[in-house]
Ligand binder design. Structure first.
Ligand SMILES: Cc1cc2nc3c(=O)[nH]c(=O)nc-3n(C[C@H](O)[C@H](O)[C@H](O)COP(=O)(O)O)c2cc1C
Length: 353
């Protein structure tokens, strides 16, 4: 009834549920977590500055690293110079990545100020030159990820996507928001639908897909070939699997607190193993936990406790105490932490701010 796969040239993306690139989140450890859970048809690295990659920056090279069995995998680059983008794309091809993805969507001032990211949506000729030069430089499939437009007066994703197709791109991801919407705005997926109706290559719908229902709605309303999931996967790393199951008409996995605890503990350990400094690891873990604990009973109090943790051991203690008490049903009538947070009666699911 629903599509369950699509092709980027010869690459079969199955399931048609893919992980969004997220700077500061979708590093190798997070992508491993998602792959281990399953249900992810393709992963993409965080966006990587093409200039940095061509200069041989070790940070950029680290960001472009992927596991031998992480297939198919896309490496995403951004920048404004067609030559740099082409050179970075060649490095990506040499690294053995399956796909080179171009970022035409980043709304950040820093990236847009240099005409990269979503600023390319209002510079059609530069965007064209970038796709053309990159296409000439590599043989592996090329994809482009964009927003629906720069702002509400310029919702031109279908035109830009059409140009990308003509220049040789082989799949397009469209986030329904414009650059000026940032992460707010009123849901409008019409430009994804329009692009899908005009393009021959796969069009992937993105933006607020957080469960099977929202994935189904995106596919039904736009006819898109697949969905890309970002923040929803940080909050619930099982969501790609759950969406894939739903699209196949299978029962959807339910995840209990014990499993969440086990996965979070393993994930914290894997970050600990990778980061050189405790401070760096702590910052990354706090960021992930901030999403992960949404929707858990007393999740906001756990988040506050984690946020105030001075070290990793303290943070892990909070996680363990929290989940142990959750498993023991220990939150009835009492709070997990003696924090002076006022007398909010925020119980159970969905109470997180
Ligand atoms: C923390 C964060 C970092 C992001 N970094 C990138 C990035 O590096 N490249 C990119 O194309 N999009 C990036 N995005 C945008 C996401 O890929 C995605 O398009 C957006 O979050 C909408 O999808 P969602 O509602 O499923 O999160 C980022 C989003 C977030 C929240």
């Amino acid at each position: 009834m629903y599509p369950t796969h699509y092709h980027i040239r010869q690459i079969r993306v199955e399931p048609n549920v893919v992980l969004a690139p997220m700077e500061g989140v979708t590093d190798l450890t997070f992508r491993r977590l998602i792959r281990q859970i399953g249900g992810c048809g393709m992963t993409t690295t965080e966006f990587i500055a093409s200039e940095g990659l061509r200069r041989g920056s070790s940070k950029m090279e680290e960001m472009a690293r992927f596991d031998a069995d992480e297939r198919p995998v896309a490496i995403q680059i951004y920048g404004r110079s067609p030559e740099s983008m082409a050179e970075a794309a060649r490095i990506i091809e040499d690294s053995g990545a399956d796909v080179c993805d171009l970022n035409f969507g980043c709304p950040s001032k820093k990236v847009c100020a240099h005409s990269g990211g979503s600023a390319l949506l209002k510079d059609f000729s530069l965007a064209t030159a970038i796709v053309r030069e990159v296409r000439k430089a590599i043989k592996i499939p090329l994809t482009v990820k964009m927003r629906s437009g720069f702002d509400h007066t310029m919702r031109n994703a279908p035109e830009v996507a059409m140009m990308c197709q003509e220049e040789g791109a082989e799949a397009i991801v469209i986030h329904w928001r414009t650059r000026t919407d940032l992460y707010g705005g009123t849901r409008a997926v019409d430009k994804i639908a329009e692009a899908k109706s005009r393009l021959k290559i796969p069009v992937i719908g993105n933006g607020d897909v957080v469960d099977f229902e929202s994935a189904r709605k995106m596919i039904e309303e736009t006819g898109c070939d697949g969905v890309m999931v970002g923040r929803g996967a940080v909050k619930n790393p099982w969501v790609l699997l759950q969406i894939a199951q739903g699209l196949r008409g299978e029962p959807i996995l339910e995840v209990d607190a014990a499993e969440k605890h086990r996965v979070l503990r393993n994930y914290i350990q894997s970050i600990r193993d990778v980061f050189r400094s405790e401070r760096g690891a702590l910052g990354r873990i706090k960021k992930i936990c901030n999403y992960f604990t949404h929707g858990l009973p007393f999740g906001s109090e756990l988040r506050t406790a984690l946020l105030h943790s001075q070290g990793l051991d303290e943070l892990i203690d909070h996680v363990d105490v929290y989940f142990d008490r959750l498993a023991a049903g220990g939150f009835r009538g009492s709070r997990p932490y003696e924090l002076s947070l006022g007398a909010r009666e925020d119980l159970a699911e969905g109470s997180a701010p």
